[in-house]
Design a protein around this ligand. Structure first.
Ligand code: SF4
Ligand code: SF4
Length: 437
């Protein structure tokens, strides 16, 4: 453990084995899980608030939960565990608000084919998660001749009719966040970072990088008030981009789309056309071991559907998974991109709808969840799944360092939480099939 939050911290540097206050590593672990879950939840809540969606009960919970982590307030594993699970429940509410806010403002999503690459003319690349920033930028660039592109987690913007109606939202450029130093250097235009995951820029592009509100990096220019004239001026100064198509992709399998197909999908399961569902997604990252997820997805059988979300999708979408012919619908791609990481809410809705259709619990569905985690939003999503008593989730590529061995054992015993077995996705895949058979 490591804690240095109060004056009496050991040697004036930090308590490492046991707190001077008496806190042990398991209590510290639960407090950290709670803190990191709150950070993730508050990131989503911030986006939801910008769409006009707030919930007083969520705000009150944040105060209560933070209070429980103050020195000499709570040394009790049981009540801290309750708070950790409540954080998961509240995060479900926050993801629901965010989803509702997006749909109310930008319309009901539908699948869309997205041009990936660049088009001739000046351009602005928008990365992060904040659709309101993208909307403001699209309004402010209207009629300027500047093309706007999504990057990373902004790709799902193309599924919303009120965003894609702008003809100068021309496409998508690049992949997950960890490639941005290379991709931003290559993109010859202005870059707007709306949230995480933004990296400290290289010299080659730092004078073209702008960030919004709390997002800020050395060398970049932080814009606090939604006025993007400096970004627009920068784009005009840059040498125009050229026509360079990389690919086209189909995105936009929001849960409303999948629930619209629910009857046909249920019939396909009953007929044996679809035998298993995989949810493979979350965060991507640069560490070794993340090829586990691409390998796992590649090994999934042809009679299964793969739901994905978050920037973890970039890890698995290079492979051609083909499609499944579903009666009454036609060919449905096996890999279904549901959206941003917060669209985990939608994946939960789909799982609940399937469990109702089959009159069973979510844990009895032929469903395997494999989560790639990186930062605190993924922690909040994991807490939500645990709060809903979803069992058998596999997370990786590494165990969260802030979960102590004892707390991990509790999670294993209670929720059958598993780590990905580095280097052996086939073993994990077979195990998940055996469990659901
Ligand atoms: S709260 Fe406890 S564990 Fe943390 S620094 Fe203070 S004495 Fe140490
Ligand atoms: S899914 Fe996670 S890692 Fe990926 S961009 Fe979003 S916050 Fe960052």
């Amino acid at each position: 453990m490591f804690c240095n939050q109060c004056e009496q911290t050991a040697r004036g540097t930090g308590c490492v084995e046991r707190g001077v206050c008496g806190k042990d590593e398991d209590v510290q672990s639960l407090q950290e899980i709670l803190l990191y879950g709150l950070k993730g939840m508050c990131s989503y809540a911030h986006h939801a608030r910008r769409l006009g969606m707030v919930d007083e009960e969520v705000d009150a919970f944040v105060e209560e939960a933070l209070f429980a982590t103050v020195t000499n307030v709570n040394f009790d594993m049981e009540s801290l565990f309750e708070l950790v699970l409540e954080c998961g429940h509240k995060n479900l509410r926050v993801m629901e608000m965010l989803d509702e806010g997006h749909v109310k403002r930008y319309g009901t999503p539908s699948p869309a084919t997205v041009y990936e690459g660049t088009k001739a003319g000046p351009g602005i690349l928008v990365t992060g998660h904040d659709m309101v920033d993208l909307e403001d930028l699209l309004e402010q660039t209207r009629g300027t001749g500047i093309n706007v592109y999504t990057h990373g987690e902004m790709l799902p913007a193309h599924m919303y009719p009120e965003l894609r109606k702008h003809p100068h939202l021309v496409g998508h450029y690049g992949g997950a966040w960890q490639k941005q130093k290379k991709e931003f250097a290559q993109f010859n235009g202005a870059v707007l970072g709306t949230t995480n995951c933004v990296l400290i820029p290289r010299d080659e592009y730092k004078d073209r990088l702008f960030t919004t509100r709390v997002t800020a990096v050395p060398g970049g220019r932080r814009l606090a008030n939604g006025d993007f004239s400096e970004v627009i001026e920068c784009a005009k100064r840059c040498r125009p981009l050229v026509d360079e198509k990389v690919r086209e992709s189909t995105i936009g399998f929001h849960h409303s789309v999948l629930l619209g197909l629910a009857g046909s999908i249920v019939a396909a399961v009953k007929a044996g056309t679809v035998k298993h569902f995989f949810l493979i997604g979350g965060c991507d990252g640069a560490e070794p071991g993340r090829n586990y997820f691409s390998e796992f997805a590649r090994l999934t059988p042809r009679d299964s559907l793969i739901l994905t979300l978050g920037c973890g999708k970039y890890r698995i979408r290079e492979h051609d998974y083909g499609s499944i012919e579903i009666a009454g619908v036609g060919p449905v791609p096996r890999l279904l991109d549901m959206g941003q990481c917060n669209n985990a809410y939608g994946a939960i809705q789909v799982a609940v709808a399937l469990s109702k259709a089959f009159a069973c619990g979510v844990n009895d569905l032929p469903l395997t969840i494999v989560l790639s985690w990186f930062e605190q939003k993924a922690v909040a999503v994991l807490l939500t799944l645990l709060a809903l008593d979803v069992r058998g989730i596999r997370i990786g590529p590494a165990a969260p360092a802030f979960i102590s061995p004892n707390v991990f054992k509790i999670l294993q015993d209670k929720y059958d939480l598993k780590l990905t077995t580095a280097g052996d996705p086939l073993k994990d895949l077979n195990a998940s099939y055996a469990l659901s058979a």
